[in-house]
Design a protein around this ligand. Structure first.
Ligand SMILES: *[C@@H]1O[C@H](CO)[C@@H](O)[C@H](O)[C@H]1NC(C)=O
Ligand SMILES: *[C@@H]1O[C@H](CO)[C@@H](O)[C@H](O)[C@H]1NC(C)=O
Ligand SMILES: *[C@@H]1O[C@H](CO)[C@@H](O)[C@H](O)[C@H]1NC(C)=O
Length: 409
């Protein structure tokens, strides 16, 4: 009797263990595998290529200096005393959600200091928070790095790789080889300094003559973080290798129509596509000036590198870059013209970045509009910009035209 009872208990015991193991497996292990599988196999993307909508518009939201920390526990800086108690990184998130809702952008460009590394315990977690609202809205987006992003748990290379694997992200760690140059086996792709140099093309409106051609180029450059030059601590700068690469991209873009390899001259819209550039740290020429036709506020010293590389000169000689969008100096939000090229600050976006109490956090919008031909949309006609303040009404300020094909002829 005694032994058969033990036997039954053992059977129940073994059954129980088996059931538990099975449960554990289905709940945890298989789940982990399938999550991993999803991460590696399915990066979500919107319909590509990027293109103008059938209303002839392509609208970009620039987010400069989100400066995200750990979320709810990270306090705001430079807000009014009355605002301080109920203000955290979540206010930056809410601002981004409201901007998306108000403007319905076709693309979002993050121009660096997306996270404020020194306040960030886990870079990956914070990056998910930063880009979360855009990913949730399924809007294609891209980011470059600032000088603070790498101050947490990831190097600049790791950050860019991670960012480029996120859903709806079009960011790239290195330029795609196809556009670097006419390299061959004995002429491999030359090294381009930094992480996050790439170009994106925006195609013409659906159904138009330029539906299969890129009509707008977006250039992203890594302006680095910090450097010591001749014993002096300074900021990073855009290196010659990056400018060489960009010149190649620009030359390539002007040389032919990418969709069908036809020379640009045979296009109805015969001039080459205009371009917009995005990076973080301003160039020394902004500090030197003179800046013409300034719209917006210039409230702080442009904190650039002491090294003056050939960025402005290169852009001028390329001819396609009409406007450049930067960040870094949170309380500057102006657009100003240098040698025919517009340099526009986004104005500080994030609440954990420094700012000015009582001076609203803000974001810039860039609207690119196509010209209307006889019966279909043509190439880019106008580039406009404005900003919105994170106040109750998301007030729109400083609207201006940056470029117009008619007047630039
Ligand atoms: C931050 O968000 C809270 C909660 O919505 C809000 O009450 C507060 O006014 C916001 N603070 C600022 C400075 O926008
Ligand atoms: C663009 O490509 C699509 C698909 O290949 C084709 O149906 C359409 O006719 C092309 N449009 C032009 C203007 O080349
Ligand atoms: C740019 O093109 C030139 C000539 O085609 C080539 O020698 C050079 O290596 C290229 N540079 C980059 C950075 O792609």
């Amino acid at each position: 009797m005694q032994s058969s009872k033990t036997w039954i208990y053992s059977l129940i015991y073994i059954t129980l263990i088996t059931a538990l193991t099975h449960l554990l497996y289905t709940l945890l292990i298989s789940n982990i595998f399938s999550v991993n599988y999803q991460l590696t196999k399915f990066k979500k993307l919107s319909d590509l290529p990027l293109r103008f909508k059938s209303d002839g518009i392509f609208k970009i939201l620039q987010v400069a200096d989100m400066h995200y920390g750990n979320g709810m526990t990270t306090r705001c800086r430079d807000v009014l005393e009355t605002e301080f108690k109920y203000c955290s990184d979540l206010n930056s998130t809410r601002f981004l959600e409201r901007m998306i809702q108000a403007e319905r952008p076709d693309f979002v460009a993050f121009t660096g200091d997306n996270i404020f590394g020194t306040s960030t315990t886990d870079a990956a977690e914070s990056l998910f928070e930063v880009f979360g609202p855009v990913i949730k809205s399924r809007i294609p987006w891209a980011a470059v790095l600032g000088n603070h992003d790498q101050e947490s748990t990831m190097t600049r290379q790791e950050l860019m790789s991670f960012i480029s694997l996120m859903d709806y992200s079009l960011s790239q760690t290195q330029p795609s080889a196809a556009h670097s140059s006419d390299h061959s086996e004995d002429n491999p792709t030359p090294h381009v300094n930094g992480f996050g140099n790439y170009d994106l093309r925006v195609w013409g409106a659906p159904g138009s003559q330029l539906a299969n051609s890129s009509v707008l180029n977006l250039y992203f450059l890594d302006s680095g973080d910090r450097a010591i030059v001749d014993g002096i601590r300074t900021y990073g700068w855009i290196k010659e290798s990056q400018l060489n690469w960009l010149q190649n991209v620009s030359r390539h873009s002007k040389g032919k129509n990418h969709a069908n390899d036809q020379p640009a001259e045979s296009n109805l819209f015969s001039t080459y596509p205009p371009a917009l550039a995005f990076f973080h740290i301003p160039i020394p020429e902004i500090r030197e000036g003179p800046i013409k036709e300034m719209v917006g506020q210039y409230q702080e010293y442009a904190a650039c590198s002491i090294v003056k590389s050939d960025v402005l000169q290169t852009f001028v000689s390329m001819g396609d870059v009409k406007a450049v969008f930067i960040g870094h100096d949170h309380t500057n939000d102006f657009c100003g013209n240098l040698d025919g090229i517009w340099f526009c600050y986004g104005g500080g976006f994030g609440y954990h970045g420094y700012g000015k109490a009582g001076w609203s956090r803000r974001a810039r919008v860039i609207q690119v509009e196509l010209g209307k031909g006889e019966n279909s949309w043509m190439g880019v006609e106008t580039i406009k910009t404005w900003k919105r303040l994170d106040d109750e009404m998301l007030n729109k300020i400083d609207e201006q035209v940056l470029w117009d094909r008619q007047t630039s002829r």
